[in-house]
Design a protein around this ligand. Structure first.
Ligand SMILES: [Zn+2]
Length: 390
């Protein structure tokens, strides 16, 4: 197969400075050269208007919830949101399967190369085995802090874990829903170099539960027949409970972090040098209408990644739309910074940076065209779109 010579106004390798009118040489799907236009015969060049970037990495998704698109109202807060998800069970398996298939194809068309995907069930596994997208399967477990019932409450998740395609790990859902005993079981299930994700500091009730032993979780859990009488609050925010019980030997991805403070980011970095943070801006706006303090992360050199969360809490599964939303609410974050979050950092978080996340010789990262002029356009207010070239 003869190589393709793809060029645009700028190429953004991500791990090195951008190149004006650069050329990417591609054989099959692999990059075999990065050069400039004057070195290539004009007739061979494939010209595009805009910028070329590597495929996006979606570090947090729940593909299996795709059938819930548009079914849950926005702005209710997380606890009402969960009640909404739980009450919507009467959907046929055919409908669930079709929505998963459609969402997978949509993400590919929107330039997404790999996804860190939360699974509670095996519903997505057959689509993933066929997909062009690379998936990291985070098989999520929770026991609502009911340690006496952990085995009964997590049997289905352990079955899903056994069936999940590689790469995979067992992961805790969130500090407020995983007992110390279940954390220990999860640590045992994970061997070798894996990534573990956890939903973190997403709502005030979570902080209330751990800091003061009060708040809305008591009534929330009692509604589901669980009681928290045995729960002993720690006096510290929820992330410290996670740090105490998770294995610092694993790459760890904290998700949402809408209430996380700079000191907590620093303490997590102290705990483990392989810590990543996922922001899901549209989902945060959808559910709690609050975004993280991004500068608490930027100021500490944190490795930020971008996730879409699920279609139950987002209008679409598009990393570009997440970048637009972050730019709209926090215009001081530069495009180059967001692009790192959206590509190489996510690839590192999923352990896929040997092939994905940057335009480098030898990698097969996907080639994405954005109709965007980084020196003139504002990402937030113009109609920038993704076109997948490779
Ligand atoms: Zn999530």
């Amino acid at each position: 197969m003869s190589p393709r010579y793809i060029t645009a106004d700028w190429i953004y390798p991500v791990t090195s400075p951008r190149i004006f009118q650069g050329v990417i040489v591609i054989e099959g799907e692999r990059i075999t050269g990065i050069t400039s236009r004057d070195l290539i015969d004009t007739d061979l060049l494939e010209y595009h208007k805009g910028i070329l970037i590597p495929g996006f990495i979606n570090s947090h998704c729940h593909l299996e919830l795709s059938h819930l698109k548009g079914r849950i109202p926005t702005g209710t807060g997380l606890l009402e949101f969960i009640k909404g998800v739980v009450s919507l069970r009467e959907v046929s398996q055919d409908e669930i399967d079709a929505a998963i298939e459609e969402a997978d194809a949509y993400m590919w068309s929107k330039g997404i190369q790999a996804v860190g995907d939360i699974c509670n069930k095996p519903d997505t596994f057959s689509v993933k085995r066929r997909s062009k997208i690379k998936y990291y399967n985070f098989v999520e477990m929770f026991d609502f802090l009911q340690e006496s019932r952990t085995d009964e409450l997590t049997r289905g998740y352990k079955d899903a874990f056994a069936l999940a395609p590689e790469p995979k790990s067992a992961v805790p859902h969130a500090p407020y829903s995983v007992s110390p005993g279940l954390f220990a079981q999860i640590n045992q299930l994970n061997s070798g170099k894996v990534t573990v994700s956890i939903h973190n500091q997403e709502l005030k009730a979570e902080e209330d539960l751990f800091v003061s032993g009060g708040g809305d979780f008591y009534s929330f859990y009692s509604r589901f027949g669980m009681n928290l009488d045995h729960f002993q609050h720690t006096g510290q925010s929820s992330i410290y409970y996670g740090l105490k019980h998770m294995d610092p030997e694993h790459r760890t991805l904290f998700v949402h972090n809408t209430l996380t403070l700079q000191k907590e980011v620093e303490d997590a970095h102290e705990w483990n040098s392989n810590v990543f943070w996922a922001t899901c801006a549209n989902a945060n706006l959808y559910i709690e209408n609050k975004l993280p303090d991004y500068f608490a992360f930027i100021n500490t050199g944190a490795l930020m990644t971008i996730g879409t969360d699920s279609l139950s809490s987002n209008w679409q599964l598009s990393i570009l739309e997440e970048m637009k939303t972050i730019t709209k609410y926090q215009s001081r974050i530069l495009f180059d910074t967001l692009l790192q979050w959206a590509t190489i950092n996510g690839a590192r978080a999923l352990g896929m940076d040997d092939q994905l996340g940057s335009l480098e010789i030898g990698k097969q990262p996907g080639i994405i065209l954005l109709n965007y002029n980084p020196d003139e356009d504002n990402l937030a207010d113009q109609k920038v779109e993704v076109r997948r070239l490779i």
